[in-house]
Structures are given as C-alpha cells and as structure tokens.
Design a protein around this ligand. Structure first.
Ligand SMILES: *Cc1c(COP(=O)(O)O)cnc(C)c1O
Length: 407
C-alpha cells in the first residue's frame, strides 16, 4: 500500500476543505479536476513555523503550484515568494506580498524577464556571470539599481535528492570557486548586492542527509559572505524537503530539521550576520500533500484476467503519477475511491487504473488494491498539490484542461 496522507472523512467518504468529494465534483461541474485544501495549507505552514527557528523566513516556491488563488492564500501566511519565470513573477506581484521580498531564480532568464524583475524591484538570483552582466546593463538602461543575489553552485552534492540541482557541473548558479571574482564585478557596478542563494536539490526524504547538507550550506554561505565587501543582508539556504509518495517512503523528521536549523542559526549564522534575512524556500513540502486529483471512472473492463478502470483523466494532467514518460521503476502514487476511503482490506480488488490517453504510458495505478469501483465512481489521487497540472503534458492528446479549485 502506498503512503497515504490523513484526510478527514465523513460516512467513509473523503472531505476536501470540509466538502464531501461527490458534492465538490457537482460544484466544480466536471471531472477531472484538482482540488487544493486551504485549511491544510494553513496547517502545513503553521507546522513549519512551529518547527523552524523564529527568525528563519519562509518563502514559497511558486513553481510547485502557481494557481493564482493558492499563491494568493499562501502570500498571507508565508514571508516571501520565489518565482522562476516572468509569468510566475506576475502571479506573485498580483498578491499583497511586497515586491522587495520576492526572489526570481532560474537559468536562462530572458531580457524581458530581467527587465520586469528590475522594474518591479524583486531580488534577482543571478545564475551566471552572463546573467549578472545583463542585469547590470538593463539596470543602466532603465535607470534603476538591480537588487541581486548570487545563486551559488556548491562544492558539495546532496545525496538522496530526487533531483540534484547543485554540486559538480551544473546549469544552475555560479560555481562557488568563481563567486569571489563575480563579487568584484558586482562591486564595480551600479547594483544593490543582497547576498547568496544555494538550492542543492529537491524531494529529499533522508533527514540525516538534509541535516548535513544544511550545515555544509551554512559553512559555504558564511565563507562567501566573508568574501563580500558589501554587507550581506540576504541568505537563502534553499530547502528541498521531500514528501512521501510510495509504500516504502516515510515522512521527514521535521522536528530534527528545525532543531538543526535552530542550532545553525544561533551558533553560526547570527554571530556573523545578526540582521540578515535568512530564508528557506519550499515548494513541494508546503503544497504537495494539500492537493488531490479527482477523476471519474468511465469504463470498467476485464482483459484476460486483469480488471481495468478507465478514468476520464490521466498523465496529461498528473504526469508524475504515471511514471514520467516511462520512469525506470514505476511505482503507484497513493489513490483511493473517493466515497469509500475506509473499506476493509479483505474487500479490496487489484486493478489497473488507466487514463483516457491512447498510450500504454497512461497508467495511473498498476495492481492497486481498491474497493470494487464502478462506472461513475470518483477516483482520487493524493499528493497532487505540487508539480501536478503545470508539470504535465496537457497538450498531449488534445483533451480539455481540468478545473482547479481551492476549497
Ligand atoms: C524548484 C525550486 C524550488 C522548490 O523545490 P521543492 O522541492 O518543490 O521545495 C526552490 N528553489 C528553487 C531555486 C527551485 O528551482
């Protein structure tokens, strides 16, 4: 059985934002759809706040889920937003969040995006020397001082990340050994130098490895801060906290992560930089468990001994659940029949849950144990709040886009 987050139920059926799933489907008017639970988002941020140091600022990485209503909700409860494109920047600027605390990371920012970011006064996380020079030039031409931080490609890797984004050769950031030279260039230019950003990887579920990575990140950041002649007012330590998806996955020990950061803050960061904004940026950990993808069974058929549930959604909306265009070892994301979360194991049957795309890749559940489901039943995929709709090939097979609701 896959890991399944605890959701409230009523009469055995799933509640999202207090609304029974079948009622919610009527309210949305069509399936499939994504639903994000506002109260769960709030609770998740509160849980993080309770565990993390009081003077560690929490930034939401909009890339994980850029739905405007959701970003709007989070903007009221986190300290900052991190964006990775001009369009995400627009979503962030539409919220009440002050532009000065919005950061813009990501390689290959276009001239238009850099100009937008400089005009808005957000923090530009420079991914290369070329990008630094472009930002300087644009600042001169529009008559504004760009606010910049250097994204650093660390001299260590973080093992255990689902996706490595730092260490070794990378398209992300400036290699740490080249940072001092870039600092000299920035000092000679008309920019406001803020500080540094390290983001070494995503989806890490290994608490011990994360603790070690955080300590190494702090070492590196403080070493580089010592190289800067301007005061460092901004240190972004990344995040990369993962969430469980598969049967063998266990949630992170958030208490241990918080205690480690508290220690690093008191013993290392604050003695050196008493007033700097120290930021942790998280996407998946904040939104991943707060969302579900809801589909309806449109066919039930048996083929040579296997039962198939064909649903009206699929990999075009929630690609990660299908195994990302043929992942080497495909595992099932947690899922359930929406009206019967509490069915006893002995009643369950093993089924193939497939989407409506004409490709064998559109497999959402392979031998999943579910209570017997029939045509018109709602199937719910959990852990769908992060990297769902916007990280899926929605144009593939030309089906309509699904609805998204914040409940
Ligand atoms: C993708 C990304 C994040 C968010 O990562 P999660 O694993 O979703 O927390 C944060 N920062 C940067 C720079 C990113 O590229």
């Amino acid at each position: 059985m896959s890991y399944r987050p605890e959701f409230e139920t009523s009469g055995g059926g799933l509640l999202i934002g207090g609304v029974p799933i079948d009622r919610l489907a009527q309210r949305v008017g069509s399936t499939p759809f994504f639903a994000y639970d506002r109260a769960r988002l709030t609770a998740r941020v509160a849980q993080l706040r309770a565990a993390l140091p009081d003077d560690l600022e929490l930034s939401y990485a909009v890339k994980a889920n850029p739905m405007p209503a959701l970003v709007q909700h989070l903007s009221g409860i986190v300290d900052a937003l991190d964006v990775a494109s001009g369009a995400e920047l627009t979503v962030a600027l539409d919220t009440p969040m002050q532009p000065g605390v919005i950061s813009f990371a990501g390689p290959g920012k276009s001239l238009v995006e850099l100009t937008q970011a400089i005009a808005a006064g957000v923090i530009i996380e420079l991914e290369s020397e070329t990008e630094a020079r472009r930002a300087i030039r644009i600042g001169e031409s529009v008559g504004l001082r760009p606010r910049v931080a250097i994204r650093v490609n660390p001299d260590f890797t973080v093992k255990g990340s689902g996706m490595k984004m730092g260490g070794g050769a990378q398209q992300f950031g400036v290699d740490s050994e080249n940072v001092p030279a870039l600092l000299r260039e920035l000092e000679a230019a008309d920019v406001e130098f803020m500080g540094f950003h390290v983001f070494a990887g995503s989806q890490n579920l290994f608490t011990e490895i994360l603790l070690e990575a955080q300590a190494k990140t702090v070492d590196l950041l403080l070493r580089l801060a010592g190289e800067a002649s301007a005061p460092v007012t901004y240190l972004n330590m990344g995040g990369g906290l993962g969430i469980p998806y598969y049967a063998q996955d266990r949630p992170l020990d958030l208490g241990a992560v918080g205690a480690n950061l508290e220690h690093l803050m008191r013993e290392r960061i604050r003695p050196a930089l008493p007033d700097a904004h120290v930021v942790m940026e998280l996407g998946r950990y904040i939104v991943g468990e707060c969302g579900v993808y809801v589909t309806r069974v449109v066919d039930r058929k048996v083929s040579r001994g296997k039962t198939f549930l064909v649903v009206d959604g699929g990999m075009h909306h929630q690609m990660a659940a299908s195994g990302n265009f043929g992942q080497v070892i495909r595992r099932n994301y947690p899922m359930a029949v929406g009206a019967r979360l509490d069915v006893a194991a002995e009643d369950a049957e093993s089924v193939q849950v497939v989407g409506c795309l004409c490709t064998p890749l559109d497999l959402l559940g392979d031998g999943v144990l579910l209570p017997p489901a029939d045509i018109d039943d709602l199937l719910v995929l959990f852990q769908a709040g992060a990297y769902g709709l916007t990280a899926s090939p929605t144009a593939f097979l030309s089906h309509p886009a699904p609805a998204e609701v914040l409940v």
